[in-house]
Design a protein around this ligand. Structure first.
Ligand code: NPQ
Ligand code: MG
Length: 377
């Protein structure tokens, strides 16, 4: 585990913004994305480099963080907390920015870079460092809100043919019961779930209860992003299991959600939870409470995708996650070898040191829209 990771310095760091066009627009209840702008953190110290990816989006629609905001907090506060400081293991380095309130996605990006650096230094894979037990991950796919029901059915058909083990459909009020009915009718035995990204309130109880007849695996984050009380009230009145996403950003949130019975499942995203090491702890707490977990997705490039696969190799990740292939989102990823789905719907957990990836340097340069270097002090 992290205790035995090498003590390294962070002598230099770079903040890089890249932009990758999406293969098709991705629409949720909070908006439509046509391009993924991702902030990358690169660190170098004691002759070893590491890279991390920030989950924040362009706009603060999923969470309060944005890629531009994360860039400023990493440049002005998070990275200066570790740059030029005495060598420390990743836990020690991360404790140096603990004073920064919030900004979980910015912190997680820095932590990912340090874990990649430490893994390379120790010749250990990220999965090994985190305590992974699986060599392949069962994968699902998240389908955005489509222009029509017919388009949704066609999209599902395509992804099932590729092998995906579970289909997640984005929904919103008015695009829910008929959607579930049509999908269930056409794909009777397929594991299906919905994700509302906070689009409902308790006044929508009747529609949400109507979903009970479609044997959904779960409904993700139906109510407000910061609510646990109403989710508990809803869970006591519907059969479908609630999976929390937006409303759990910390161990304290999780403890409250478990105590209140605000749901039964957690979507684990290292960005939302402030890092991979905090995510391992949250995974452990879910295990103790009997909550299954699965690994969420934030339209990551191959860099963040590699970290997701490592995290999903932990024992509590018993449900297929949003760990889709690079091709689900991008024509061309940032890696020399994109992540590909096997016909059985699984992907391999990277085994090389750190993230276990090889970044395509030319692709990285060609997608960079902003780059700045930070030195010590
Ligand atoms: C979710 N992800 O589970 C998120 C939502 C999401 C794969 O469904 C830019 C930044 C675009 C963050 C689109 C999936 C995003 C984003 C969707 C997050 O709720
Ligand atoms: Mg979600």
């Amino acid at each position: 585990m992290s205790e035995s990771l090498p003590k390294l310095r962070v002598e230099r760091a770079w903040l890089r913004m890249v932009e990758l066009p999406l293969v098709s627009p991705f629409t949720t209840s909070f908006g439509t994305q046509t391009v993924r702008r991702a902030l990358l953190v690169e660190v170098e110290g004691d002759g070893i480099s590491g890279i991390g990816e920030c989950a924040a989006g362009i706009e603060p629609g999923y969470s309060s963080e944005t890629s531009a905001g994360a860039l400023s907090v990493l440049r002005d506060y998070i990275l200066p907390s570790v740059l030029g400081q005495p060598p420390a293991d990743v836990t020690g380095q991360a404790s140096r920015w603990e004073w920064v309130r919030g900004h979980n996605m910015a912190k997680a990006a820095a932590e990912m870079a340090l874990l990649d650096q430490a893994g390379r230094g120790a010749k250990r894979s990220l999965a090994n460092i985190l305590g992974g037990v699986r060599s392949r991950i069962g994968c699902g796919v998240s389908i955005g809100i489509q222009p029509s029901l017919a388009a949704t059915l066609t999209a599902i058909e395509g992804y099932l043919a590729e092998g995906y083990q579970r289909i997640k459909l984005k929904c919103k009020p008015g695009y829910d019961v008929e959607l579930a009915r049509a999908v269930r009718q056409r794909f009777p035995g397929t594991p299906i779930m919905l994700d509302a990204n906070s689009a409902y309130s308790l006044t929508d109880l009747e529609q949400l209860r109507a979903l009970d007849e479609f044997d959904l695996m779960m409904i993700e984050q139906p109510l407000a992003h910061d609510d646990l009380i109403d989710h508990a009230a809803l869970q006591s009145q519907i059969e479908t299991s609630i999976c929390l996403d937006e409303s759990v950003e910390s161990k304290a949130d999780l403890r409250a959600a478990i105590a209140l019975h605000s749901g039964r499942i957690l979507n684990v995203k290292a960005g939302r939870l402030g890092g991979l090491l905090p995510s391992v702890q949250i995974h452990d707490t879910c295990g103790e409470a009997g909550w299954p977990v699965w690994c969420g997705g934030m339209l990551e490039t191959g860099i963040g995708r590699a970290a997701n696969l490592a995290l999903a190799s932990l024992p509590g990740f018993t449900l297929p996650g949003d760990t889709s292939a690079s091709s689900r989102y991008f024509e061309r990823d940032l890696l020399q070898q994109p992540f590909e789905l096997s016909s059985d719907g699984t992907m391999p957990v990277p085994t090389g040191p750190g993230l276990g990836i090889k970044v395509d340097k030319e692709r990285l340069q060609n997608t960079t829209v902003h780059l700045e270097e930070l030195g010590p002090g």
